[in-house]
Ligand binder design. Sequence first.
Ligand code: ADP
Ligand code: MG
Length: 361
Amino acid sequence: MRIGIVGAGQLGRMMALAGIPLGIEFAMYDRNAGVPGAAVADIVTGEFDDRKRLARFARGVDVVTFDWENVPVASARAIARLRPVWPPPRALEIAQDRLLEKRIFQRFGIPVAPFASVDSRADLACAIGALGAPGILKTRRLGYDGKGQARIRRARDAAGAFELLGGQPLIYERVVEFTREVSLVAARDRRGGVASYPLVENEHENGILAVTRAPYVNARLQRAAERRNGRLLRALGYVGVLCVEYFVERGRLVANEMAPRVHNSGHWSIEGAETSQFENHVRAIAGLPLGSPRPLGHAVMVNVIGKKPQARKILGLTGLHWHDYGKSPRPGRKLGHVTFVTGSRAARERVARQLRRRLIS
Ligand SMILES: Nc1ncnc2c1ncn2[C@@H]1O[C@H](COP(=O)(O)OP(=O)(O)O)[C@@H](O)[C@H]1O
Ligand SMILES: [Mg+2]
């Protein structure tokens, strides 16, 4: 079995690191060869809309997946005529457009923040009038790590926000006064079996995921999230890992966005769960049985962003696992992550505080 991954960033790299012990081979496709995946697989270089090169790449593998959700949907559909593509291109299409994504959530009875489509200043004034402020103006496409967003605290911030983002399709969302942010990663296999990880709690800094704590134990919300993710997985005929980010507002889950791929908030599962999200994604798309997503303890994952600490310092903390993605440092760039798994929540909190101090300043 040979899996082709379109996009060869750290997610593709971690998929291969999980799949190689299962006897699976990997090939990756990206715009240039100096990518994290190059350490573990051959890289075919080309543009993501170069159908000819993508077709040649696809013919060399048995099944194709992605580590980046912004691969053009037309490319994904073209590959799907040659080889199975998981997750299905439809899932990419939905995740690429925040407006479509929210509409799909609504169609499946999944609550979302009040929102409106914005294509002009007049639309924005109208949206703020109807939904109120504070809100967030976001680009419908290509936003990530909080990029492509502007906060609107009161109506008079509208002009500045539109100045910043206007000229492309936008969406205005009411700010959700959440008590916490959580996410649910679930894998679906080719026969429709689903393995759901526990909910995890996510802390963002400047729109970028900083810390994930797993599990976030709340049986009622766990059931609700599993039902919702399950509905999406089934409706989309999904195979592979899907992550949905939720806000917890007054004890209820409000969906924020979905990622049709392995997700940063699931990295803790490499050491913190019986089977990691990466292994389960690979198993699912390879047609293998899913492994148990059961957590092995209380895990904390901290992202290393912008500046890389010395490995010897990190590894000097007993029990800490360090994942260096092999990327060159740049402000705001995810360079790696660390994970610590322990037996109690209290011990996890002690380490989380220590890691925050050392890694997030
Ligand atoms: N409607 C909202 N209400 C409150 N906070 C929000 C809202 N939308 C986004 N945020 C905050 O910004 C972060 C990033 O926004 P998100 O929509 O997830 O975009 P990205 O694709 O950059 O992850 C969220 O995790 C959350 O902290
Ligand atoms: Mg997000």
